[in-house]
Design a protein around this ligand. Structure first.
Ligand SMILES: O=C(O)C1=C[C@@H](OP(=O)(O)O)[C@@H](O)[C@H](O)C1
Ligand SMILES: C=C(OP(=O)(O)O)C(=O)O
Length: 425
């Protein structure tokens, strides 16, 4: 297995330009494909999750041309007229490809099979399938009930009133919302349970609006989407920098001496994970806010007790910042960490303990007391890009660490360790 040795970093300094947002890239590609006309997407993320969406669109007969560094895509929208692919669509472990494609393909003519990596077969999708079936969609399980892989006989969905459980993943509601304009009639969606990861719904509504579709909602409890609508191509659309990827550099500047300018997200970001920078201000980071960038400096870091339901991805970075705070940190309301790339609650607790922290792993929270002594260990990454990236903070805090299988960052941030090296001293 490949390992990356990270020697202690004394100071960080410089400027980082973020790669495009994963969440925005995959939403924009899918809506551009569904639209009529040509959309040019700029600052597209080049990573595994996006490659899986691009691969699926190609199999569906959508023409997408990429520039040399794969950050500009020209998408020839097919107006919802997809080809039936000869082979199953392989979507890796990309939730932002698997879930929206499931809903959209249930609503357009054709036969489809959606498959993924072994971990994808352990990530539940029953709440989305229940809602699609209740609307008359022909979606069935190829192996285990409530889990991928899926078989879909796409066709006409009439719309109507439907409930969707929002308590495990917001991506199910995102998927239903993105597909609903393709249904024949209007759809009224009621959320069952408490909606998790709510800010991701704002990303969905924002992207849908850019492609000409408006959705009304009553404080995120019920949503109404008009049926039989066509997405409209957007001449040029720019993908914001990835706010979750920004979290590592916000944290690095807060932990080490020096200053990092982070270009691509700021006060105007549509991504909820920008909220991580607000949390880091509570922790003690010094941040200057601009519309589309942040400038971050070190502060005296203290432990905090936060509800991280709105920022599940960036909150993992807080768990390693906690190693350098002057008291315990509690991260709460994060049950769905357990159904992501790995059981993140258990994996983070295990690896933080290896480093020397005292950790309480609750069913839906984690409490971290900083180590008295840091152990120089090899961190297992469980095929989880965020574990690899957030444990790099140990080196930023001046302690050596080894990261096992560092290429797992390719899911969302293939150049992560190079970018970190570029600001490390
Ligand atoms: O809609 C999205 O783009 C995402 C929603 C979140 O998932 P959940 O809603 O499952 O928490 C997040 O963790 C994921 O990385 C991306
Ligand atoms: C949970 C994540 O990914 P996915 O979109 O596959 O859910 C993530 O990127 O942290």
């Amino acid at each position: 297995m490949e390992q990356l040795r990270l020697e202690p970093i004394n100071k960080v300094n410089g400027s980082v330009t973020l790669p495009g947002s994963k969440s925005l890239s995959n939403r924009i590609l899918l809506l551009a494909a569904l639209a009529k006309g040509t959309t040019v997407v700029e600052n597209l993320l080049d990573s595994d999750d996006i490659r899986h969406m691009l691969g699926a669109l190609k199999q569906l007969g959508v023409q997408v041309s990429l520039n040399d560094d794969k950050t500009v895509a020209t998408v020839q929208g097919v107006g919802g007229q997809f080809l039936t692919p000869a082979e199953p669509l392989f979507l890796g472990n990309a939730g932002t490809a698997y879930r929206p494609l499931t809903a959209v393909l249930a609503a357009v003519k054709g036969d489809y099979e959606l498959v993924g990596e072994p971990r994808m077969e352990e990530r539940p999708i029953g709440h989305l399938v229940d809602a699609l079936q209740a609307l008359g969609g022909d979606v069935s399980y190829l192996k285990n009930k409530d889990y991928p892989p899926l078989k879909i006989v796409g066709g006409q969905i009439n719309g109507g009133d439907v409930e969707i459980d929002g308590s495990i993943s917001s991506q199910f509601l995102t998927a239903l919302l993105m597909a609903a304009p393709l249904f024949n009639g209007d759809t009224n969606i009621t959320i069952k349970g408490t909606l998790v990861s709510k800010p991701y719904i704002d990303i969905t509504l924002d992207v849908m609006a850019r492609f000409g579709i408006s959705v009304t909602h009553d404080d995120y409890k019920t949503f109404t989407v008009k049926g039989a609508q066509q997405y409209q191509a957007v001449e040029r659309i720019m993908v914001e920098g990835d706010a979750s990827s920004a979290s590592y550099f916000v944290a690095a500047a807060a932990i080490a001496g020096g200053e990092i300018e982070i270009k691509g997200v700021g006060a105007k970001s549509v991504q909820g994970d920008i909220g991580f920078a607000k949390v880091m201000e509570q922790v003690g980071a010094k941040i200057d806010w601009y519309d589309e960038r942040l400038v971050v400096r070190k502060g005296q870091l203290k432990g905090v007790d936060i509800d991280a339901n709105a920022i599940p991805d960036a909150a993992m970075t807080l768990a390693t910042v906690a190693l350098f705070a002057d008291g315990p940190t509690a991260i709460r309301n994060i049950y769905n960490w357990r159904v992501k790339e790995t059981d993140r609650l258990h994996a983070m607790a295990t690896e933080l303990r290896k480093v020397g922290a005292e950790v309480v792993e609750g069913e839906d929270f984690i409490e971290i007391t900083p180590p008295k002594h840091f152990n120089d260990v090899a961190i297992d990454t469980y095929d989880d890009h965020r574990i690899a990236m957030c444990f790099a903070m140990v080196a930023v805090g001046g302690k050596p660490i080894t990261i096992n299988d560092p290429k797992c960052t390719y899911k969302t941030f293939p150049t992560f360790f190079n970018v970190l090296a570029s600001v490390s001293q």
